[in-house]
Write a protein that binds this ligand. Sequence first.
Ligand SMILES: O=C(O)CCC(=O)C(=O)O
Length: 243
Amino acid sequence: MERAPLRLDDSALRRYRDEGYVRLGPIVSEAERDALFVEEARFRPRLGYGTRENRTLLVSMQLCHRSEAVRRTCTAGRHVPLVVQLLGPNVCLTHTQFLTKLPDGAETRSDIPWHQDNGYGRLEPMTDVTVWLALTDADERNGGLWIVPGSHRRGLLEHGAAGVNPLLRESAVEGDAVAVPLRAGEAVAFSGLTVHGSGPNRTDRPRTGFYARYCEPGVRMMSENGRPVLEDPHSWMVAGEAE
Ligand SMILES: O=C(O)CCC(=O)C(=O)O
C-alpha cells in the first residue's frame, strides 16, 4: 500500500532547532524492518565491541555497498525527505551501523557513554543529522537512547576514552538528559552536536538499533585530515546535488 510521505511541521522543526532532536515517528514498515533484521544477523560480528567485559555490544558498520536492504533504507527511506527538511536540499549519507545490545549480566555493560557524533568522526561544518531507528522496542530497561536537550548549542565538547569501554569516546555532560523510548520501527533525528548515549541492556532480550548519519556533500572529514566526504567510498548522495 502507498503510504503518504512524512513531513515535519513548524513546531517539529522548531523543536529540532531548539532542543537538537526531534522524533520522526514510524519510518519503516514491518517488512522493511524484517529485511534489516536479516541483514543485522548476516553482518553481526562474532565478537563484542571492546574488552571482554563489553562483549554484549555488537556493532557492524558501513554496509551500504554490501546490503541492498540497508542501502534502500538509507537512501530511499521515508525519513529522507525529513532529513532534507532538517539539513537542506543536498544530502549525503556518510555513516551507517547496526548496534545490538545483548542482555547484560552482572559482568557486562553495553553502555554507549555520553557523546556527540562529532566527538567521533568530526565533520566540518558540523551540520550533520543522525537518524536512529529502533528495530526492537528500545527504552530505559534495555539500553534505549538518552538525549540531553539543548546540548547542541554548546558547540563541540571535549571527548576522551570512555571509562566503561576504552574503545568508545565520552564527553562530560551538563544538563538533564531525557529518555527517548521508541517502539520498533520508530526513529528519532538528532544533530551531530547533540549529546546522547544509552545504558546497559538489563532485559533478557537483545536490543537492536540502526543508525544513519547524513551531512552536506561539501563537508570535510576532519578526523581524516580534512578529506572531502564525497571521496570516502562509504558516502552516497541521497538528495539534491553535490557542489
Ligand atoms: O545504539 C545506541 O545505543 C547508541 C548509538 C550511538 O549513540 C552512536 O552510535 O552514536
